[in-house]
Design a protein around this ligand. Sequence first.
Ligand code: F6R
Length: 243
Amino acid sequence: MKVIKTKDYADMSRKAANIISAQIILKPDSVLGLATGSTPVGTYEELTKRYNQGDLDFSKILSVNLDEYRGLDASNDQSYHYFMNEHLFKNVNIDKANTHVPDGSEPDSDKACADYEEIIRSYGGIDLQLLGLGHNGHIGFNEPSDEFAKTTHCVDLTESTIQANKRFFEKEEDVPRQAYTMGIGTIMKAKAILVVVSGEDKSAILNEVINGPITPKVPASVLQLHPNVTIVADEAALSKTTL
Ligand code: F6R
């Protein structure tokens, strides 16, 4: 694992965007694996800036996102698809037809997950997967568990996730109970992985991910086994890590 320490969130966002920019420049038809959440927002802003400066061309880029709530379609402002449109897709010249998020509107979960794996397979796999890190070590919606999930699958959201998300919805009943997520196996097949981490609140889990045992109880710890992982984290997030 290569660890790049940055001064703060803004510095993390610029450096992560530099790595993604290099990928796009070196391989204009790259398959990018993308993430939602608060951490990559600054990275997407930086990519948009570079696009507006004329330094990046997304016209041949293909993208696949990590996860989506089951039951929400792209028009729902709480869907991850909506998030991606707002924070990146509508701001750059990516062809919307080449952007993919698991289909939250597909009620047949087996079909939604199998279709998604097939999209990734037909693209020849993911060139660069961007990840955020959950406080419990989750990546995508792969929560701490007794085993690593291999492929895209449907997960039941934990009560704490439902409680954390309810502030975004009018009523608690509206909060989705399930999500479709790439599996750990899907993520590990990416040729390169870029993890962005910011803030003191992630420092303990980041140390476990980098220095702790490899265990499905800390899903991101499996990244220690991947041959090409770069973690871009700010000083606060790395404050409990001995490198
Ligand atoms: C997002 C995702 C999640 C987040 C993680 C960190 O698509 O799959 O695993 O990356 O929950 O979220 P933030 O960045 O909001 O702390």
